[in-house]
Design a protein around this ligand. Structure first.
Ligand code: PEP
Length: 248
């Protein structure tokens, strides 16, 4: 692994938690993260970002799960990149499969959000991944390549390489069904190759039912630089165990 690819383990809380939970969970992570070789980030619901940022005390970073592609205006219910940045967000998830599937975000929407986040000083974590039907039809590479191309066509390869990519097969998210280390490695290597030489320094995380039991085998693959963790990030000890798996 390139020295520039410091392992990153990020927790996506989705729509879970409250202020007390955010305070406790981030405080527990802070102690475990101090001095770690692994970078740790959490993505709480937007209303809990400021609680998480103050509890993090800079030992870990905080991101937002979604932003608008627009800078401001009549977009009821949306949040801008500048708002996220002011609240202390270092990161923003873009293109999470739940946003694509439940809220109809297209590859073009994802590309616009990616560009807006990066222009506003918030690092995008670009989520890519195929459905089970697409995998079974042998379309995994074509789907992931098209998702990636929509963004590289918009901002260029260098901009994507400077961000973080999360490969998250949709069939493995929240299902308890993880991609095997070999399946994940194959797609990570494919994504890296799409970015050419720039890809050598790009962090590519794996997401999809990562937990303390399977993290080490996944993270030991040469092109897997850490994880985007959903369910297992809601339990402090489980998530700390995942972080520790990335240290080895
Ligand atoms: C996710 O939400 O990005 C995710 C990977 O969830 P889980 O770990 O629960 O599958």
């Amino acid at each position: 692994m390139s020295n520039l690819r410091r392992p990153l383990v990020a927790g996506n809380w989705k729509m879970h938690g409250n202020r007390a939970m955010a305070q406790q969970l981030v405080t527990a992570l802070r102690a475990a993260c101090q001095g770690s070789a692994v970078e740790v980030a959490v993505f709480p619901p937007a209303l809990l970002v400021e609680t998480a940022v103050s509890a993090a005390a800079q030992a870990l970073t905080v991101g937002i799960q979604n932003i608008s592609q627009h800078p401001q205006g009549a977009f009821t219910g949306e949040l801008s990149v500048a708002m996220a940045q002011e609240a202390g967000c270092h990161w923003c998830l873009v293109g999470h499969s739940e946003r694509r599937a439940l809220y109809g975000e297209s590859n073009q929407d994802v590309a616009a959000k990616f560009a807006a986040a990066q222009a506003g000083g918030v690092t995008p974590v670009l989520c890519l991944g195929e459905t089970l039907e697409q995998r079974e039809a042998g379309q995994t590479e074509a789907v992931v390549a098209a998702q990636l191309k929509a963004v590289t066509d918009n901002v260029g390869v260098a901009a994507v390489a400077a961000a973080v990519i999360a490969y998250e097969p949709v069939w493995a998210i929240g299902t308890g069904k993880t991609a095997s280390p070999e399946q994940a490695q194959a797609v990570h290597a494919f994504i890296r190759a799409q970015l050419g030489v720039e890809g050598e320094v790009t962090r590519i995380l794996y997401g999809g039912s990562v937990n303390a039991g399977n993290a080490r085998a996944l993270f030991s693959q040469p092109d897997i630089d850490g994880g985007l963790v959903g369910g297992a990030s809601l339990d402090a000890q489980e998530f700390i165990n995942v972080v520790q798996a990335a240290e080895q």
